[in-house]
Design a protein around this ligand. Structure first.
Ligand code: NAD
Ligand code: AHE
Ligand code: ZN
Length: 370
């Protein structure tokens, strides 16, 4: 079938809206009509050319919501008409990872997913007869996309607004999940959040849910402080306003450092600050931001010897198919605020403007309607 898509033809180039060809889903696959998608910083990262797994031409996009059109052979967990959220962290439920009880990472399709291919090693997208690559197993920047059955969370209640819960496909789930699943923040904890985009703001929301006593919000763009305050942050720091490293400022203002810090930027220097602002003996720093290929983190090993812990978090440690239904319910019951993240609404064809708004630091999330 034909599908409108925003194709990334090359690194650093604006996306081009073209009509691509989409093949029917094969065994274990599902054809989804995407109704809404937003743009995450990771899409911008891959489009920039800095992602070692970035292949072109590709249909990017991994934060969306849609309706199942048809299913391939053997698919049993979803059917035509179901509302779904694509998952870049799939959940097959039977691989070594899924059965470990130790991680939300799933091994079933990760290898081909990272190459922009479907599990059988081919693509379902083409343009003028030439193959177009998939992205993160989701490719929500095409009106019709094909994904693995393992890459879909079911939205059982059709009254749930897909133009809101699309955000649970990445940003909000990642930030909230990192607090509860990766850091396991306890009541009364003192925390620092570096970077106040959707991921950082969602981490703040998770910290409020966990009843943290103090939430220090850090960003170079002070326009971000207002929303961080609305989410529940208690202190606000712009590192460029200090003549010493921000970790020293934080250690001084917290009597020795924070219990937990979250890096939500993807900057390896900030990752160091986030580790070193943690309290001696127990402070834990969670890396969420994605740094470009070739970048490395560094600190004095003494920082770890003296009890600080460095961890990472992908999709907030959340198992999407099992846990997203509960998060959708939390949203419907007012326990998760999604509306505040949607600072802009645009038509899908204005997708390059959504990227511009993100780069300029003017948006948190732009919700695009097909
Ligand atoms: P964003 O661009 O909306 O937010 C980043 C924020 O960081 C901005 O507010 C910006 O002003 C701030 N910032 C940039 N440089 C800074 C610095 N040196 N010091 C302080 N603040 C600085 O991005 P986002 O969509 O919220 O994504 C954030 C990061 O998280 C990205 O790296 C993205 O790729 C990553 N991410 C990771 C996961 C995961 O599962 N691990 C999931 C989603 C996103
Ligand atoms: N291809 C990238 C991987 C970047 C990365 O770490 N991605 C996160 C999700 S970001 C969502 O916005 C993730 O889930 N990582 C675990 C995984 O299996 O990819 C690179 O830099 O190589
Ligand atoms: Zn993302």
């Amino acid at each position: 079938m034909k599908s409108r898509a925003a194709v990334a033809f090359g690194p650093g180039e604006p996306l081009k809206i073209v009509e691509i060809d989409v093949e029917a889903p094969k065994a274990g696959e599902v054809l989804v009509k995407i109704l809404y998608t937003s743009v995450c910083h990771t899409d911008a990262y891959t489009l920039s050319g800095a992602d070692p797994e970035g292949v072109f031409p590709a249909v990017l996009g991994h934060e969306g919501g849609g309706v199942v059109v048809s299913v391939g052979e053997g698919v049993t967990s979803v059917k035509a008409g179901d509302h779904v959220i694509p998952l870049y962290t799939p959940e097959c439920g039977k691989c070594k990872f899924c059965l470990s009880g130790k991680t939300n990472l799933c091994g079933a399709i990760r290898e081909t997913q990272g190459k922009g291919l479907m599990p059988d090693g081919t693509t379902r997208f083409s343009y003028n007869g030439e193959p177009i690559y998939h992205y993160m197993g989701t490719s929500t920047f095409s009106e019709y996309t094909v994904v693995s059955e393992f890459s879909l969370a079911l939205v059982e209640n059709k009254d749930v607004p897909l133009n809101k819960v699309a955000l649970l496909g990445c940003g909000v789930t990642t930030g909230i999940g990192a607090v509860h699943n990766t850091a396991k923040v306890e009541e009364g904890a003192v925390a620092a959040v570096f970077g106040l985009g959707a991921i950082g703001l969602a981490a703040i929301q998770g910290l409020v849910q966990a009843k943290a006593s103090r939430i220090i919000a850090i960003d170079m763009n002070e326009d971000k402080f207002e929303l961080a305050k609305k989410m529940g942050a208690t202190d606000f720091l712009n590192p460029s306003k200090f003549d010493k490293p921000i970790q020293e400022v934080i250690v001084e203002m917290t009597d020795g450092g924070v219990d937990y810090s979250f890096e939500c930027i993807g900057n390896v220097d900030v990752m160091r600050s986030a580790l070193e602002c943690c309290h001696k003996g127990w402070g834990e720093s969670i890396i969420i931001g994605v740094a470009a290929g070739g970048k490395v983190i560094q600190t004095r090993p003494f920082q770890l010897v003296t009890g600080r812990v460095w961890k990472g978090s992908a999709f907030g440690g959340v198992k999407g198919r099992t846990e997203l239904p509960g998060m959708i319910e939390d949203f419907m019951n007012g326990k998760i605020d999604l509306d505040s993240f949607i600072t802009h609404n645009l038509n899908f064809t204005d997708i390059n403007e959504a990227f511009d708004l993100l780069h300029k630091g003017e948006s948190i999330r732009t919700m695009l309607t097909y």
